[in-house]
Unconditional design. Structure first.
Length: 140
């Protein structure tokens, strides 16, 4: 398989195998009108298998979304065809407007202008809870 290198853009690497599409959807990459390549189940020395997303454009990417979906992924910033920066992504302490509370009685469910905010409640279990009602976030 041959995927061209990018000149200016972002490569999200070391995504756990099978998580690439979840990340693609949550980042809203389907709405972009720029080349986006997703490669799944690539051989990896560290993980056995991994997914990779290449975005051939200089766009802002929400690192909190990446950390929520797959802490441990890396983001490579490419400028003029060269790696300029490599970021290790970790779980964010707070998620704002990434996921929605599943509790129908939560104030965030009926107040539409209210932000959906979740805090990291348990790092080991990758558990987030709504800051308004403490409902546990649904898993990916």
């Amino acid at each position: 398989m041959n995927v061209d290198s990018i000149r200016d853009g972002i490569v999200i690497d070391h995504i756990s195998a099978g998580c690439g599409m979840k990340l693609y959807r949550l980042l809203g990459l389907e709405a972009l009108e720029v080349p986006v390549a997703m490669i799944t189940h690539v051989a990896s020395e560290k993980r056995g298998r991994k997914d990779i997303i290449k975005i051939d454009a200089d766009i802002p990417v929400d690192f909190n979304v990446i950390g929520y979906v797959d802490p441990g992924a890396t983001v490579n910033i490419i400028r003029n065809g060269e790696l300029r920066e490599k970021k290790q992504i970790d779980m964010p302490e707070m998620l704002v407007n990434v996921i929605s509370c599943k509790n129908p009685r939560c104030i965030s469910s009926c107040e539409q202008e209210l932000e959906q905010v979740f805090r990291l409640a348990n790092r080991e279990k990758k558990e987030y809870r709504c800051i308004y009602c403490e409902t546990k976030a649904a898993g990916l």
